[in-house]
Design a protein around this ligand. Sequence first.
Ligand code: FAD
Length: 276
Amino acid sequence: MARGVTDLAGPIATDVVVVGAGPVGMTAAALLAARGVAVTVLERNPSTSDEPKAISIDDEALRTFQAAGLAPRLERIIVPGTGTRYYDAAGRAVFQARSGWPYRLGHPFKNPFAQPDLERELADHLRGCAVVDLRMATEVAGVVQDGSGVSITTVAGEQLRARYVLGCDGGRSAVREQLGIAMVGRSFDEVWLVADVLGDPHDERYGMHHGNPERPAVIVPASTAAAATSSCSTTARAPRVTGRRSSCSPGCCGPPADHPGSGRALRRLPVPRAGG
Ligand SMILES: Cc1cc2nc3c(=O)[nH]c(=O)nc-3n(C[C@H](O)[C@H](O)[C@H](O)COP(=O)(O)OP(=O)(O)OC[C@H]3O[C@@H](n4cnc5c(N)ncnc54)[C@H](O)[C@@H]3O)c2cc1C
């Protein structure tokens, strides 16, 4: 930590406090726990997110989850190795990209999933780890470091001492702000609409990117198994593009040729511009 170095007395209660139980915080906690490091995760919301967000895990991410002992759990919620079919402005398929074989990191490159499913699995995993204390509905208000550790204060007034703190509290990170750490990177200029959908009629088992300049859209398959256990619903986000997640009945579409397992398709469909 770069700022706020004062000498605060107090015993260290845990090795690491992770602020934020999003994908980054829970993955970091799982990696630490896999190495026997005691972790306390503090999340301000009462539960993990149920909003449609990220829709594809790549091979590097799966390798990371594998290192944390999460691979068997995540196999339940992904559609492995779908590849992507690209369409031109007229709706004609131009080409389809897929992982080569053998896989460079032992996993296919493109694996559609739904972020709420991932977060739920990560939280369930952490709850089963003896060295992890996952505390929901616990918002961090302050972080101050001294020579021997970090003092974390929650909005409820609780104080924790840890050797280290990880600020995994998202794009509007309070930890980062307190420490004067700037946000790097940039966002898309355009606003997109993202939705998870059950009962969608598409049965393609690959991602579809529609390159229509007027109405760009992406559609990807979703896991039938995950859909059966999660509360997926259509969520309108913005008036530009609809992202849809669909569930297929088992066996209706078939898995990718080089992969056994469940079917899941993720798709995104165009929404007319205002007045269009
Ligand atoms: C609509 C939408 C669509 C997206 N689509 C994609 C996509 O297609 N592909 C892709 O790769 N990414 C996508 N993303 C981005 C992706 O969701 C984020 O990159 C990802 O969630 C970041 O994970 P994170 O753990 O860093 O942060 P977050 O998921 O933001 O998690 C941070 C957590 O910290 C908690 N928190 C915040 N402040 C505090 C505090 N003071 N104390 C305690 N807890 C706190 C929050 O409640 C939250 O649970 C999308 C995002 C959105 C919103």
